[in-house]
Design a binder for this molecule. Structure first.
Ligand code: SAM
Ligand code: DTB
Ligand code: SF4
Length: 324
């Protein structure tokens, strides 16, 4: 008998094979969720969820052609371009995020990578947000080694840079930079001593094997990312991905479970797409080991559940916000 209750999970040192991850995906749903919840309880309080708030500090007009993105200059989307925000506006948004209960503040810019003249004001933002007692995260695109060191010196805790999808599917999503470019940036972030936040998007028309291949890439990073955002594609009008067929939400839950099993000590974030997700699906994601969310009415350019409904959901599920 396959007694899932007796499976002991040790932190493994051998790389994950894509086929092995596919076999996790193929487990009966109940067995998969049970395994994920078991791993989860070995490393985390199952009733705690980390709460991050996002702010788009520079919006739209991006040179890159990411097929899902509302901010790419290659697609005609409803997003209006906005220049880099002023420091006082960022501080005000961070103060509001802290007041409503976020412990991490993540600032995103629609850049291929920061130019030095743009990085300097961002360093100020990082210093100011850090001084408010919030964990800091930025996502600015590709980084040079020196820029990663500057961000570290400003007090940056996390750098978000997603692998987004499997190497085999990547060319159908993005052509203006490569998978290796993304891996190189993650390497520079790591080398600078900044914690890595890296995940991907599910529901872009990729196959299950490709979902498994994305998870393998993330889980085989050494060290593994501390934070792993799993985004459900938000279909934005005018983007090439807007026409993708809707993914079964249970397949998304399976992806979260597989991320939890393969990355037992990471925060797995139920990221974009919660606005379109029933409470029951979100509850299944928490059961599958998701233990972080984006909190606040907006992601970068698209909507997120309002804070009242998230508080109601936490109350309904008996979930508490994790301390920083
Ligand atoms: N320009 C930087 C970069 O690409 O790294 C930072 C901002 S970019 C918007 C951050 C991440 O948001 C992307 O890598 C992608 O995973 C996620 N994202 C963007 N648009 C999305 C969408 N429509 N649905 C789900 N996730 C999305
Ligand atoms: C991540 O993985 N998801 C966030 C954050 N990192 C920067 C972004 C989600 C963006 C969703 C689409 C939008 O609002 O533009
Ligand atoms: Fe630019 Fe980032 Fe959007 Fe790609 S995901 S188009 S790099 S903002």
């Amino acid at each position: 008998m396959n007694n899932v209750a007796e499976i002991k999970h040790v932190i493994r040192t051998t790389p994950w094979a894509v086929a092995e991850i596919e076999s996790l995906f193929a487990l009966p749903f109940n067995d998969l969720i049970f395994r994920a919840q078991t791993v989860h309880r070995e490393h985390f309080d199952p009733n705690e969820v980390q709460v991050s708030t996002l702010l788009s500090i520079k919006t739209g007009g991006c040179s890159e052609d990411c097929g899902y993105c509302s901010q790419s200059a290659h697609h005609e989307t409803p997003v209006e371009r906005e220049p880099l925000m002023k420091l006082d506006e960022v501080i005000a948004a961070a103060a509001k995020a802290k007041e409503t209960g976020a412990t991490r503040f993540c600032m995103g810019a629609a850049w291929r990578g920061p130019k030095q003249k743009d990085l300097l004001p961002v360093l100020e933002m990082v210093r100011a947000v850090k001084a408010m007692g919030l964990e800091t995260c930025v996502t600015l695109g590709m980084l040079k080694e020196e820029q990663a060191a500057q961000l570290r010196d400003a007090g940056l805790d996390y750098y978000n840079h997603n692998l987004d999808t499997a190497p085999e599917f990547y060319g159908q999503v993005i052509t203006t930079h490569t998978y290796q470019d993304r891996l190189d940036t993650l390497g520079r972030v790591r080398k600078a001593g900044i914690k890595v936040c890296s995940g991907g998007i599910i529901g872009m028309g990729e196959s299950r094997t490709q979902r498994a291949a994305l998870i393998a890439q993330l889980a085989n990073l050494d060290p593994v990312p501390e934070s792993v955002p799993i985004n459900m594609l938000v279909q934005v009008e005018g983007t090439p991905m807007a026409e993708s067929s809707q993914l079964d939400p249970l397949e998304f839950v399976r992806t979260v479970a597989v991320a939890r099993i393969t990355m037992p000590t990471s925060l797995v974030r139920l990221s974009a797409g919660r606005g379109e997700m029933a409470d029951s699906v979100q509850a299944l994601c928490f059961l599958a080991g998701a233990n972080s969310i984006f909190y606040g009415e907006k992601l970068l350019t698209t909507g997120n559940p309002d804070t009242d409904s998230d508080q109601a959901l936490f109350n309904k599920l008996g979930i508490r916000a994790m301390a920083a």
